[in-house]
Ligand binder design. Structure first.
Ligand code: BG6
Length: 537
């Protein structure tokens, strides 16, 4: 069997990982379990240590216990002894990250722990005060958006970033780096996103800013580029001559539950999923081939694609979108206690926040002119499903209409590629084939690639690999400020359209969403790809 091709990845640099918002859910459920998994696989740089920063008073041991709880539930292959070994790398510092008083303590603790863990700290002992004498440092901001600006400013004022804005003033040499990972949401609209971009830019170079999108860490999302550009036969068909339309779907079976009042009611499906994750997937599906497999080349193509998405005016937005919110299921055992979204605690029903959004987008470039891209995401749908559907056109001449008269009446079996991002990672291609036998009968069949089966591997949780990429200094899977800006520019007219907001329709819990979404795609005889319960893709 041929060996898989791999690019030798740069070794991740050892570093201090400073997590702000460390007592929060993300750290306990995702970040630390992912670090533990990397540790067990031998992929975590030696000497790496973590300092969790948060306001809650806790000792290192309390912090380890709290995280151990999460790891035992969320990490693959959790094992008590291994966890204890790993947990020695976890430390905690209580304090308010928006207050300047915290930072001298944070610097001192970082230096002290660098010594304990044997992490090189070039410059320590030097008399040159332009150095902060810190090791490689990766800041991780897992905090509410309004805290980003003050925390980044305090980091800057404390002199913890000396690569950033001042890199050209300090001679080249074995300088440690400082990078920052920022969680979504990046702002809540175009203006606040720009403010955040400016705040980060005052302290960090764009090359040191890693805007994380966990969807970009998903294997099948990364596979989109491999599929398109490591094969010959997709690219010639990947355009308006052969593709009828494209669908990008992220459906979730869960409801909003307890997140409703604190977060979701101010976000909604368009901000929470489409602006952040789905437009990224769309960009990978539709971008031009990059000049090389290099972070800058890839991000440049994604930016160009996002720039080519047609802007609609708020007045026209309702023609190109459908919003909905789910009704109650009546099942008190579900995550909303059977209630509908509007009845959940903390929800201001009159705000008409959408738990489902579908957009019809157009890309005004030569490749995609005339091909609509339908992007949708919703909670409380029949199943968890993240997928991309490339729907091809019918052949130019229909030689076989006589075999199945329904084909002449709008029943289309045109070729279709379905890329299943999650769950059941894989890909299928729908083809027409002759049914064996003496008469001519035609049936659509699927060629199916099941990722877990073919590679005999389960896809990894995306946070771990993404953190490693940041430690390697590879920005391919992170968003450039222009991509964020472009995505807000596309979404903003839909968010501000009063007509669209007023038309939010209630859809049945565990249904495929509001009827307006069917009308949005169906105008030209198209339909959403809503696989049945047992169907994988
Ligand atoms: C997050 C959203 O970014 O993605 C959540 O804030 C959503 O609302 C989650 O549930 C879905 O992620 P995944 O990886 O489970 O598809």
């Amino acid at each position: 069997m041929a060996m898989p091709i791999s690019i030798p990845a740069n070794r991740p640099d050892p570093c201090a990982l400073i997590i702000f918002g460390a007592s929060g859910d993300l750290t306990q459920r995702k970040l630390v379990p992912a670090l533990y998994e990397l540790y067990c696989q031998g992929n975590l740089p030696e000497n790496l240590f973590v300092i969790g920063v948060s306001r809650t008073e806790m000792s290192d041991d309390d912090f380890r216990w709290h995280l151990g709880e999460g790891a035992s539930r969320h990490a693959i292959g959790y094992e008590e002894g291994k966890w204890r070994e790993f947990a020695r790398r976890l430390h905690y510092l209580a304090g308010s990250a928006t207050k300047a008083e915290l930072y001298p303590k944070l610097k001192a603790r970082t230096r002290e722990l660098a010594e304990v863990h044997g992490l090189p700290t070039p410059g320590l002992g030097s008399t040159d005060q332009t150095w902060a004498c810190l090791p490689n440092t990766l800041f991780y901001l897992s905090v509410a958006p309004h805290l980003v600006e003050p925390i980044v400013s305090r980091i800057g004022e404390a002199g913890m970033v000396y690569e950033g804005k001042r890199w050209c003033s300090i001679g080249e040499g074995p300088m440690p780096w400082q990078r920052i990972i920022v969680e979504k949401p990046i702002g809540t609209n175009l203006e606040s996103a720009r403010e955040q971009v400016r705040a980060l830019g005052r302290v960090f170079e764009e090359e040191s800013i890693y805007r994380i999108d966990h969807y970009l860490g998903k294997e099948l999302v990364q596979n989109i580029l491999v599929m398109r550009f490591a094969n010959t036969f997709f690219e010639p068909l990947w355009n308006n001559k052969y593709v009828d339309h494209v669908q990008v779907t992220a459906a979730e079976q869960v409801g909003v539950g307890r997140r409703a009042g604190g977060f979701y009611d101010r976000a909604g499906a368009l901000r929470d999923m489409i602006q952040s994750h789905l437009l990224q997937i769309m960009a990978l599906v539709a971008m031009e081939p990059p000049a090389s497999f290099d972070p800058t080349a890839i991000r440049r193509e994604k930016i160009k694609l996002i720039d080519a998405v047609r802007e609609v005016s708020p007045e026209d937005a309702a023609q190109f979108a459908a919003f909905g919110r789910y009704a109650g299921s009546g099942n008190s055992a579900d995550d909303d206690g059977g209630l509908g979204y509007a009845e959940l605690e903390g929800v201001e029903a009159e705000q008409r926040t959408e738990t489902y959004a579908a957009l019809k987008l157009h890309i005004d470039n030569w490749r995609w002119s005339g091909v609509p891209f339908f992007v949708r995401s919703g909670k409380k749908m029949p199943r968890k499903l993240t997928e991309v559907v490339i729907q091809f056109r019918e052949p130019p001449v229909r030689l076989f209409n006589h075999v199945d008269p329904r084909r002449g009446e709008g029943v289309s079996h045109a070729n279709r590629i379905v890329i299943n991002i999650a769950p059941d990672e894989g890909m299928s291609l729908r083809l027409e084939a002759k049914v064996p036998g003496p008469s001519l009968r035609i049936k659509p069949v699927k060629m199916d690639l099941d990722y877990a089966y073919v590679f005999n591997a389960q896809p990894l949780e995306s946070y771990g690999p993404l953190m490693l990429e940041a430690m390697r200094g590879d920005q391919t899977l992170f968003k450039h400020r222009d991509e964020v800006d472009g995505a807000w520019r596309i979404c903003e007219p839909f968010l501000t359209s009063e007509q669209l907001r007023a038309s939010v329709e209630t859809y049945g819990a565990y249904s495929w969403g509001p009827s307006a979404a069917d009308a949005l795609i169906g105008g030209d005889g198209r339909a959403w790809h809503n696989p049945d319960a047992g169907e994988r893709r």
